[in-house]
Design a protein around this ligand. Structure first.
Ligand code: B12
Ligand code: SF4
Length: 503
């Protein structure tokens, strides 16, 4: 007899041209594998994902739809699809998971078309929820759940301790391959011809006051062992030819021991890799460790530098140990190891007066130029600060005091203004004037002109030189206004922006 309790897992479109293994829903698939039948629909690989979902639901065999959602453009497809599907198939239990619903649960649940939110890791919560619903048992005690009670109140259940990551079931790559060929997900990047996206740890031990990871993981971090990571990577390499790895962990390099051990294991595989780290953590790494990491193929590391100003770093609660001087020293130190530091800065944080907000922006611009002077290979990523609800942090308090409010409904979230908010390009934060935002963006345009990112593999030497010649003069004399000529060239050559298109 055909079971009518199948699960459809949906990854709404998040990227225009670079597909990645849909790790969020693949982890959920692993959690129900062998217990419930499941299928995956990846919005990145489908011209019309709603049609594809309809073709599955039309069989009448599906009872659950699980959707992963991060803010930004992915939210748009998630909303459009969930709304349309719930209207047509009201019996389907709609479950959302991921960073957006965990941090903005009220707007999601009051939409009326999402039944449950998985708050943080879903590896246990999701199968437990489906079990409870299948067996008519109470779900109210399942950890990591947010739901609306019959009286309309929102309930959040207790958070589960982070799961030992090595105890999780293997990711069902072979079955994913039956829906979408794995090579489709192994894209050409700056790192290699076939780049694998892999997630080796969850959470982060720090509590930066602007970071969406904090309310969910509350300074907790759990990692797979170096051996486990190596085993998984090796499987994909041997079976589908991956030659590079993007580690999507929030903070890959928390443990020096694990990073060095992984380096030792991967060294012989001739793979290039990339991951995210903290400057203060990695500053403490021994020279021998940095050398081992580079020799093992790690060419470029992403660091949240955030600000060169110690007072702002403190306001951001960057763990209390990062300083402006350290950021500069570390950029110089990495030069010796031939590791490219990719430094991201967050400009436009709140301050008591408009003059102070402007002064901070000007300070950061000068500081970024200093970094570039010390190590010109440093890749600079500039974000405009967009608040996340880090309740209890001093910075979030300042944000609320300024009169800032998140949208109350999902429809508002996908209005054009809020979409660009999440891309951290044009935040609707009351303390930033349009002139300030222009200054940040224009500086970024000129900077990218003088130093085009190495991750843009389409930009050849000639094009680089042409943009550099035009932007160099502006950079020298601090003239950033109206950089239309640079923008035009970047548009014609479709210049890549890592802060929008992903690392
Ligand atoms: C890969 C990635 C991307 C990829 C696309 C991913 C995809 N799904 O196709 C790309 C590069 C395109 C991307 C882009 C953006 N991203 Co992004 N991305 C990530 C990253 C690095 C990894 C996500 C991942 O695969 N995790 C691995 C899985 C296993 O973990 P997970 O997603 O947390 O899933 C677990 C739980 O959350 C839960 N869960 C998740 N989904 C579901 C679904 C169901 C049904 C259930 C039951 C459970 C569940 O269970 C899972 C297993 O335990 C995260 C940071 C991170 N390390 O998680 C940022 C992150 C999610 N991105 C973020 C942002 C802001 C963006 C952007 C909007 C902006 C930007 N400048 O980066 C853009 C725009 C996106 C768009 N175009 O829509 C933020 C979200 C912040 C926030 N305010 O909520 C994060 C947290 C990074 C950060 N620290 O700032 N991103
Ligand atoms: S170190 Fe990075 S991931 Fe961790 S809390 Fe700070 S910004 Fe978030």
């Amino acid at each position: 007899m055909i079971k009518m309790n199948k699960i459809l897992l949906f990854n709404p479109k998040s990227s225009n041209n670079k597909y990645r293994i849909p790790n969020s829903i693949l982890n959920i698939a692993a959690a129900v594998e062998g217990k419930y039948d499941w299928v995956i629909v990846d919005g990145n690989c489908e011209a019309d994902p709603i049609k594809k979902i309809e073709s599955y639901l039309g069989t009448g065999e599906f009872k659950y739809l699980g959707c992963t959602v991060m803010p930004g453009p992915q939210l748009k497809q998630a909303i459009l699809a969930s709304k349309a599907i719930k209207e047509k198939h009201p019996y389907v239990t709609m479950v959302w998971g991921g960073y957006f619903p965990s941090n903005h649960s009220n707007a999601v649940l009051y939409s009326g078309y999402v039944d449950f939110i998985i708050n943080g890791p879903g590896d246990h919560a999701f199968p437990n929820l489906v079990d409870a619903l299948e067996n008519g048992q109470p779900f109210e005690f399942i950890k990591n759940l947010i739901y609306k009670g019959p009286d309309g109140r929102i309930f959040k259940t207790a958070k589960e301790d982070l799961i030992d990551q090595d105890s999780l079931p293997p990711l069902p790559y072979d079955k994913l391959n039956t829906f979408y060929p794995i090579p489709k997900f192994l894209g050409k990047t700056y790192l290699g011809e076939k780049t694998l996206a892999y997630h080796s740890s969850i959470g982060c031990p720090f509590t930066c006051s602007f970071c969406a990871v904090v309310p969910i993981y509350e300074a907790r971090w759990k990692a797979k062992s170096a051996q486990q990571v190596y085993k998984d990577v090796k499987y994909i390499k041997d079976k589908w030819g991956a030659d590079a790895i993007e580690f999507h962990d929030n903070n890959f390099f928390v443990s020096e021991k694990r990073a060095v051990e992984f380096s030792r294991l991967i060294k012989g595989e001739n793979m290039t890799w990339w991951g995210m780290a903290r400057i203060d953590t990695m500053s403490k790494f021994k020279d021998s460790s940095l050398a081992a990491i580079r020799e093992a193929g790690c060419k470029i590391i992403f660091f949240g530098a955030e600000s060169g100003n110690n007072a702002v770093l403190e306001q951001m609660d960057k763990g209390g140990t990062q300083t402006g001087d350290q950021i500069l020293e570390f950029a110089a130190r990495l030069k010796k190891f031939d590791i490219i530091p990719e430094y991201s800065f967050v400009l436009g944080t709140p301050a008591p007066t408009p003059e102070q907000v402007q002064a901070q922006i000007d300070f950061e611009i000068d500081f970024i130029k200093k970094v570039k002077h010390i190590n010109p290979k440093t890749e600079i990523i500039i974000y405009t600060y967009s608040p996340v609800p880090t309740e209890g942090s001093e910075m979030y308090k300042q944000v609320l005091d300024s009169g800032f409010k998140f949208p109350q409904t999902l429809e508002d979230w996908i209005s054009p203004a809020w979409e660009s908010f999440d891309l951290r390009k044009n935040p609707l934060t009351p303390w930033l004037t349009p002139e300030m935002i222009d200054k940040i963006r224009n500086f970024e345009t000129v900077l990218n002109g003088v130093y085009p990112t190495v991750t843009d593999i389409r930009l050849n030497l000639l094009k680089r030189k042409a943009i550099q010649a035009i932007a160099g003069l502006r950079y020298k004399v601090n003239l950033y206004q109206y950089p239309y000529e640079i923008k035009l060239l970047q548009k014609i050559w479709r210049y890549r922006q890592p802060e929008i298109q992903g690392f």
